[in-house]
Design a protein around this ligand. Sequence first.
Ligand code: ASP
Length: 303
Amino acid sequence: MVDMTEPIQWAVAIHGGAGVIARTMPPEAARVRMERLQEVVSNASAALAAGTAALDVVEQAVAELEEIPEFNAGRGAVLTSEGTHELEAAIMDGSSGDCGAVCLVREIRHPIHLARRVLETSPHVLLAGATAEAMGEDLERVSNEWFTTPLRREQWQQWKDTASAADARGPATVGAVARDHSGRLAAATSTGGRTGKPPGRIGDTPTIGAGTWADDRCAVSGTGHGEAFMACVAGHAVAARMKLQGKALSEAVQEVVGDCLPPGSGGLVAVDDQGRIEMPFNCEGMYRGAADATGRSEVAIWR
Ligand code: ASP
């Protein structure tokens, strides 16, 4: 039995995007995504159990998610209206309040490592384009086309042919939150944004407080319609309810996802200082996974 008066020693939650995820998805496609999520959860769990810091764990989890072409971050990122990739990422250390974020990234293989670099070495929080990429001279570079997969090209073509934003509601973005054995919290998020976004459009992922937030009470990583997350400053809205209104994480996330964000706009993963995990969403599904020191370990797509 877990003694709930004691914090859960470590906990981690990840996501691979929320949105319109058809239940008619071929079972094989669902299985592959679940297996990939499980691998990332297992690796993060092993690292936390071994005493790795939350900040390092969320960075590594997101780097692994960026490598999975089924998810919209790193390789497999969606395409802009011009048929190119503009990547975004952010990372935040809840114990220090330090954060780093990048946007309009075109050639760095792991945008999350670049965001960590900004956190570690820059007096600024958010850097864009060439200025951001110059921070990671030693980080692996790839051509912009390297990020494209046949599926993303097909989705882009559909978007172009129908001139509709229908796909812009598709699942996107990856993220991770963690509490480590010292009680430190951290959050990290990475995305290609939305299919057909105009070049230069920046979403909630690298906007600290909107799609990514961590402090000493909670860590939050969001996914969904970035403009909605920015308009309600979703990540910080969760933290503010806890800090200023004394609400529990479960209540805070339900208010933000259920009341502040428009129905169908997305979801988030969050963990509090007690190691309690929440993964609410207000759309069809959210690729997600969670584990903690009590032995919990799960991955899911739909409700
Ligand atoms: N929030 C991301 C964006 O708007 C995409 C997503 O999570 O679906 O850029």
